[in-house]
Design a protein. Sequence first.
Length: 567
Amino acid sequence: VNADLWWQNAVVYQIYPRSFADTTGNGLGDIKGITAHMDYLAKLGVDAIWLSPFYPSALADGGYDVDDYRNVDPRLGNMDDFDQMVHAAHERNIKVIVDIVPNHSSNRHEFFKAALAAGKGSPERDRYIFRDGRGENGELPPNDWESIFGGSAWQRVEDGQWYLHMFAPEQPDWNWDNPDVHQEFLTTLRFWCDHGTDGFRVDVAHALKKDMNSPELDQVSPRDGADRTDGSHPLFDRNEVHEIYAQWRKLFNEYNPPRFAVAEAWVHPARQYLYASPDDLGQIFNFAFAMKMWARNNFHEAIEAGIETTERSGSTATWVMSNHDLIRHASRFALPQIQAPNEHQIATDWLLRDGGTYEENRELGTRRSRAALLLEMALPGSAYVYQGEELGLFEVADIPWDQLEDPSAFSSHDNGKIKGRDGCRVPLPWIGSDAEGSFGFSPENASERPHLPQPQWYKDFAADVEDDDPDSMLNLYRETLRLRHELQATDHTIEWLDEDKESGLPDGADGNMGGVIAYKRSNGWANITNFSATPAELPHGTVLLTSGPLTADGKLPQDTSAWIQLD
Ligand code: TEU
């Protein structure tokens, strides 16, 4: 195996640094907290960690509002801590990926302050997207666009001009028609490569280039996303964005090994290969996998979309069940009527419903999560695991409104049900017996509480509790990742075993997740998952791993997966 291609079948563990582990007691996770848990990550069996932003930030959007791209938030540590963390990871053969946020900076970035100070028409202002307003005195925004978090996508500044922000007002969009912006990001990428970083996750990679002269501007809005898949939409997934990534790729390839990159780009499956090509970023998240994981959809389509991107790009597929933007999948699966992952809408009532329903739901969500893990991990390509999913954590549905942090919650507040993305970002439980404290997230003498409140049920999900329990989610993840390494085939193909795959799929109206999903790898390693109500026959071979017990007559019950070495 070519060592440069370490990422092709990697299991990448996403760390949301402010919620991982706090060593200073300020209630925010920090870089040293990651270093302190490197053995935990090594034992889990991950090949790489990806760190969500840890840069200086006012946290208007959980750190995706970056003040300074080439530094560590002082509350999270400093560059020495970062270097030590990379060293500790590399010692254990774990790669380090950082998050790069090129669509927007924060409004506290040095360049944005300069843009405000230098005024209208200045070269400094041209690094962002400033326009005059409409109306007699320019008091109306340049157009009626809504931002992705809700509200106008334009914010007025003191001299009367308006700047574009696709996300929060604190996140002004960079102008990628300006060469300074290109230069600034090349400098930043080089900075992190030189600090030993192995790769980058590129935030909203499909949004950087906008055609602000398009005659169609009044028919589109950032909030609506891209509805066209030929590269001609004025705001998203424009072909010119690949000129940027071709330049980045040249820089990445100057390094040994070449640096890795994965695009976060919500584009049509038919356009994904452009980002995944070897001349481009090289890999792209396949969100179809997460999106199809609920009633009335089918996995076959999502898996085929991922494999197709592989074939068209020469990259490998990616699989994502959860991340810091999506409702935790254990919760999505715990409902008879499974929720879409990005609706940010966990009704507080179901989780807390009286009469034992909560326990029942919890059991269902756990069982389906275990089955989904085996389904995911036998697939070729990279699997992205979000911190806490290895503990089987549920969404924290009952964070009081006044303690929420996420801007997507506040902007939709009047709906009364949208609680935003904080429920999957609650600081991790490490020590179950520390229920009076912070479940081991912060040190004992901490001066601050964890930045989001932890629920009491965390006591059952803490890492030390699960470590001791052979049947825990944590130990299933460890065993699954270990076997996945051992069994990995040399190619990136699958062959479906459930030939009549269409007819096997119920429509999910009764709340189940689909039918029987079975495939094999070229070396005879097969996964069979049964999401239907009828117990399924196992194919002939040796059972290597199951997500739960088989029936008395050796069949695979509902919501269970098995790995088989075929005869
Ligand atoms: O997300 C991009 C993005 O499109 C999401 O915001 C998505 O639309 C939203 O979560 C609704 O599902 C990236 C980051 O992952 C996210 O955390 C940031 O808020 C966003 O970019 C802005 O930087």
